[in-house]
Design a protein around this ligand. Structure first.
Ligand code: ADP
Length: 655
């Protein structure tokens, strides 16, 4: 067996791999970027090496840095996790050259499956059913448009080098094809460095069914059953389960066989996932599923397979990398019960799922359930990496029971500071159609409103409660009067400084900021004590409040309200001031500036593209105007609220 491993990753998956490695008695070596100093994964491992700056390119993606750290630590093998270098054939080669065992497939297999068009051609030859479409070499727009027409709309344009749903474009009619192609190429170019695409028939009522395969270096290939990952948002998985609802033993044998054939066709070794899309219009059928791609690594959702098989897939990866035979034969693989995993993302469902970064002020994880997490109280969620921060995995004898366990766990889970999708996940678990196991990949996007994803109006009761806590905290700090009973709503009016007047009731207005919007709290001081209201509403009850760094985080029914007392000494307005400044909505990198200083732009025109946590966000002109300033250049890393474009309004009225 291998004795030491360098884990070339971060977050939950680095922690997950370390756990198994330690159980197997291996020495564990972490690497980290400057943004991850002190992060959980660095402390879970026996050793940790700083390998570069916060940007992935400077650290987790820097092959030389990773290899250098492995040599310095005298690691025997490297486990890449998922993402970053996991599917990078050059990295696998660099490991071999440095005499390090790469815990993954041979570089040739990574390459064979690396490009979707190439992989589809190979699978076609191997007799694996593939989604109808064009996956050839020709790339000129006119030709591709003709191919789409021949195929019949709707079609899907996919980056050949794609992953994570990026650059995928659905096209419903011929007239829209060119614009969609252009957008797909642009996004693919920026995300993957190549604009090559393929065209696929869009499968009606699509379900995402994938098969976990394992191959050893002795020519044996088996599968560990399927996972259903149909609950997706914008082609990104949100909840996964195993087995797939309605799966039959006969169909599993069929699809499992296709997956094994796919792995054999590329000389596979280690853990891999063969992804299929199934047409569920008339239920799962052997003649209605098609290969879309193979992921040549461990998947995010591997725990659901572990739960129903009782196996540790990371252990299997290590054993195979060490040259051992597959621990079990196909016939020895059994499945027990049902497992469902929910991905916790640092994002804000109520604001178009914008990534949310910053400090985790409070974290309470559910108990008696499997949680694979990479975060902890006081930790930072940096803007440079994937927003997936934890996974909750429920296992029970039946699907209903597993869903029940997962829902309960999500209900009690609490994260304050950053915003997360936890309440949204709980909503999903309660959705009737999902409960019945009848969802396709478009379910979430079609039902956002029903799933509670509407911008919530300010919760005045929560805001009032937050403001109250801040006033108390301030009073305690100023120590004008010690508040004997911190939980009592009435505290000494003296603590509010000049506001108190003997006799009668006095009201003062306290400027506050609620979720970045200016608001006012009205504080009344009188014999009956101090009362505070926001928008005429008294502090809510039944909420949890966490105060950190001048902010109060109020968690009420899964919704977080952030409250701050407005401090006029620190200007709330950035350089240039006022509404003319278009600011970065989150921490990220300026990918593109689409206007120049002096340009006259129309209302709604695209001005800049910002990338954060692998997502692109477009900033548009909020009004017609002239670009006066572009304070930052392309490629700059910006903090939330940083001015990106200064726009001067122009009169649009007739002259
Ligand atoms: P990526 O590698 O970017 O994740 P995939 O090819 O895996 O792209 O597709 C992402 C998701 O889109 C899949 O999970 C599947 O549900 C859906 N999908 C892919 N191809 C099709 C298709 N031809 N028709 C319908 N849905 C599809």
């Amino acid at each position: 067996m291998l004795r030491s491993v360098l884990i070339a990753n971060r977050g939950e998956i680095a922690c997950r791999i370390a756990r198994t490695a330690k159980r197997l008695g291996m020495r564990t070596i972490a690497i980290y970027s400057e943004a991850d100093a002190g992060a959980l994964h660095t402390r879970l491992c026996d050793e940790a090496y700083l390998i570069g700056g916060p940007e992935p390119r400077a650290s987790y993606l820097a092959i030389e840095h990773v290899i250098a750290a492995a040599k310095r630590a005298a690691a025997e093998c490297i486990h890449p996790g998922y993402g970053f270098l996991a599917e990078n054939a050059e990295f696998a080669e660099a490991c071999a050259q440095a005499n390090l065992v790469f815990v993954g497939p041979p570089p040739s297999a990574i390459r064979a499956m690396g490009l979707k068009d190439h992989a589809k051609r190979l699978m076609e030859q191997a007799g694996v059913p593939i989604v109808p479409g064009y996956h050839g070499e020709r790339q000129d727009a006119k030709f591709l448009r003709e191919k789409a027409y021949e195929l019949g709309y709707p079609v899907l344009i996919k980056p050949a080098a794609g992953g994570g749903g990026r650059g995928l474009r659905r096209v419903d009619k011929h007239a829209d094809f060119d614009a969609a192609l252009e957008a797909a190429i642009r996004e693919s170019q920026s995300a993957f460095g190549t604009g090559r695409v393929l065209i696929e028939k869009l499968i009606a009522s699509p379900r995402h069914i994938e098969v976990q395969v394992f191959a050893d270096s002795h020519g044996e290939v088996i599968h560990l059953g399927e996972r259903d990952c149909s609950l997706q948002r914008r082609h990104q998985k949100v909840i996964e389960e195993a087995p797939a609802p309605d799966m039959t033993a006969a169909l599993r044998k069929h699809i499992g066989g296709a997956a094994v054939a796919a792995a054999k066709a590329v000389g596979y070794r280690g853990a891999g996932t063969v992804e299929f899309v199934a047409d569920d219009t008339s239920g799962l059928r052997a003649d209605a599923f098609w290969f879309i791609e193979m992921n040549t690594r461990l998947q995010v959702e591997h725990p659901v397979t572990e739960e129903i098989t009782g196996l540790d897939l990371v252990e299997w990866q290590f054993r195979i990398a060490a040259g051992e035979k597959l621990p079990l034969t196909q016939d020895q693989i059994g499945f027990e019960g049902h497992a469902i995993e929910a991905r916790v993302y640092a994002e804000d469902p109520e604001h178009n799922f914008l990534p949310s970064t910053g400090r985790i002020v409070a974290l309470e994880l559910p108990k008696n359930i499997r949680v694979d997490s990479g975060v902890e109280t006081g930790g930072e969620v940096p803007p440079f990496y994937d927003p997936m921060i934890a996974k909750i995995i429920a296992h029970a004898p039946t699907r209903d029971a597993a869903l029940e366990r997962l829902t309960t766990a999500l209900d009690v889970m609490l994260i304050a500071g950053i915003r997360t999708n936890v309440a949204f996940l709980a909503m999903l678990c309660r959705a009737d159609q999902f409960r019945q196991g009848k969802v396709d990949t478009g379910f979430i996007d079609r039902n956002l409103t029903a799933l509670g994803v509407t911008p919530l109006v300010t919760d005045n009761g929560a805001a009032a409660l937050g403001a109250m806590h801040l006033l108390k905290a301030r009073a305690a700090k100023e120590a004008l009067v010690v508040d004997e009973d911190a939980s009592s709503e009435a505290y000494s009016p003296w603590s509010a400084g000049d506001a108190f007047q003997l006799g009668g009731v006095r009201e003062v207005t306290l400027p506050i900021v609620v979720d970045d919007e200016d608001a006012e709290a009205v504080v009344s001081y009188g014999k009956a004590g101090v009362h505070l209201k926001v928008g005429g509403i008294a502090p809510a009850s039944g909420a949890r409040v966490f105060v950190s760094g001048g902010d109060a985080y109020v968690l009420l029914r899964g919704h977080q309200t952030r409250v701050r007392i407005r401090d006029f000494s620190a200007s709330d307005v950035g350089p240039g001031g006022g509404d003319n400044v278009i600011k970065a909505p989150m921490h990220g990198r300026v990918l593109e500036l689409l206007a120049r200083v002096g340009d006259r732009v129309a209302f709604g025109q695209r001005l800049a593209v910002i990338e954060a946590m692998k997502m692109e966000h477009t900033l548009r002109a909020p009004f017609a105007g002239v670009v006066r300033e572009l304070p930052v250049g392309t490629g700059t890393q910006v903090v939330e609220g940083a001015p990106i474009v200064v726009l001067e309004p122009v009169e649009t009225s007739a002259e």
